[in-house]
Design a protein around this ligand. Sequence first.
Ligand SMILES: Nc1ncnc2c1ncn2[C@@H]1O[C@H](COP(=O)(O)OP(=O)(O)OP(=O)(O)O)[C@@H](O)[C@H]1O
Ligand SMILES: [Zn+2]
Length: 480
Amino acid sequence: MPLSLYNTLSRRLEPFEPLEPGKIRMYYCGVTVYDYCHVGHARACVVWDVVRRYLVWRGYEVRYVQNFTDIDDKILKRSRQEKSTMEAVAERYIQAYFEDMARLNVKEADEYPRATHTLDGIKRLIHELETRGFAYPSAGDVYYSVKKFADYGKLSGQKVDERQTGASGRVSEPEDAQKQDPADFALWKSAKPGEPAWESPWGNGRPGWHIECSAMVRDRLGETIDIHAGGNDLIFPHHENEIAQSEAVTGKPLARYWLHNGMVNVNGEKMSKSLGNFTTIRQMLDAPNAPDPMAVRMFILQANYRKPIDFTDEGIAAAQNGWAVLQDGLRFGGEYGDRLGWAGNVAPQADAIAHFRAAMDDDFNTSSALAVLFGLAKQLERARNLLIHEGTAGDPTAVLESQWLTLVDLAGVLGLEAQPESQERADSLSEAAIAALIAERTEAKKTKNFAEADRIRNELQAQGIQLIDKPGGLTLWHRV
Ligand SMILES: Nc1ncnc2c1ncn2[C@@H]1O[C@H](COP(=O)(O)OP(=O)(O)OP(=O)(O)O)[C@@H](O)[C@H]1O
Ligand SMILES: [Zn+2]
């Protein structure tokens, strides 16, 4: 069975075939660096990280490039507010990006081009567009003439006259007067006094946003790439404009597969820096009762990557519970492997691998892939309970070893890794505290105060302690 992907360009599922057998060139439109990354960015970065990890696991050699937009009106505005420079603002948030994504276990890209490092490529591309009649200079700016590109709208399905000028929020009003057509967009903008500027044949200025990605893709990956990824908020106009710029020059498709992640919404609206309705990754992970970063990955991967998800505390809490189950499964080998005499020479679980692969081959169905992981973790959980309560694991030890190894391997494809338990136990309930609460509960039951007994059971449950009532009034417990 081939891997099939939903291609925004064709609006259908397509079997995936890279241009060059065994090799994949992939580009993801990264962040504009004027603030900390929010949960929406976490989603986009985790989704494409998983896609990349899966493609590598499936045997492809993947070259993954992600840009930083470090020239932009919004960065400039922030630097003015801070009486700083565009460069300093960008540098700070690029650094923060790396810190936040490392916490979420997002693998680093092979390359991180920046607009400020791509000026030669950008100017070359604008020059070629001009030579071919797709671009025109106007009072120090250069614009792309949308009407000249017959295929304009093929990705988004939007026709030129439906286009709303300024839909990206990046085209300012005064520019309109300089355009031949309101649908045209800026490739180069002249600098106003005091603004950062680069020399060019059209005068001192800075590149527009869309042209940087066309230039970076061409410089780093070539004229046609396999996968171009980004959030679906970028389909129009950003990706439409990238196609118009690149394909007008090369005459070749810019990307064979256009993949788009759905948005993280807040009350039905896109979480976004410019709307100000965002929770940063660090606010979320540093809050009291913060979720485990792996639970945040689970929150993201439980949804279909193309659908919107609402960011709610309940959603994160549910993911935290799910993660607790997987985490226990992932820790099983460290806790019991020696005791069970594991020798490290078992074959993985072929069935589980086949199911996982079928799920991921179906347009990266990560929620079905997680179900395979839960299946394995549940079996290990059963074995753990038997070990705790009966002193024997039930299944043959080689089966458990194989389940555990498979679980660790497949979880790794989703970027889910468990820390050793010792790091966490420090701040969880001590055994003495648990024993004291169980004694209180036993007392409450004796006096028929069942409400109090239930309250204690729930309190322990909330702290990850499961009680098991045995005949004769004995209560056992284990951590879930
Ligand atoms: N809420 C979101 N959910 C999922 N992906 C998002 C979300 N917001 C942005 N992205 C994706 O993250 C990447 C970087 O986006 P960008 O830096 O433009 O963030 P932004 O919050 O939309 O900023 P701005 O509001 O300034 O446009 C893009 O691929 C974009 O599609
Ligand atoms: Zn882009």
